[in-house]
Write a protein that binds this ligand. Structure first.
Ligand SMILES: [Zn+2]
Length: 93
């Protein structure tokens, strides 16, 4: 898998991590047995992102808004809602 990366203003390289969110049930099981259908916030038409045998998902992604670095994902309403819901890490202990 080739990582999507971008340069930060200070010259560091950042891996692009997209925001994914559940949108119902998938047609098939993932390699982990999950049947959740995931959609990518910045590319709504790209759904059912789970890996299947012999077909890894070529995107780095997270359902935790705190991990997301994709600027396009961060602009979406679904991301903003999820980020607003997120409690500070210290309070979750
Ligand atoms: Zn994205």
């Amino acid at each position: 898998m080739k990582l999507q990366q971008s340069f930060l203003p200070d010259g560091r390289v950042q891996t692009t991590i997209h925001f994914v969110h559940p949108v119902g049930e998938a047609d098939s099981e993932s390699v982990t047995g999950s049947r959740v259908r995931w959609a990518m916030a910045c590319t709504p038409n790209l759904i059912q992102l789970h890996a299947s045998r012999g077909r890894p998902v070529p995107y780095v992604r997270s359902d935790d808004p705190r991990a997301v670095t994709c600027p396009a994902c961060q602009e979406t309403e679904v991301f903003k809602q999820a980020a607003g819901r997120q409690e500070p890490a210290a309070r979750r202990v």
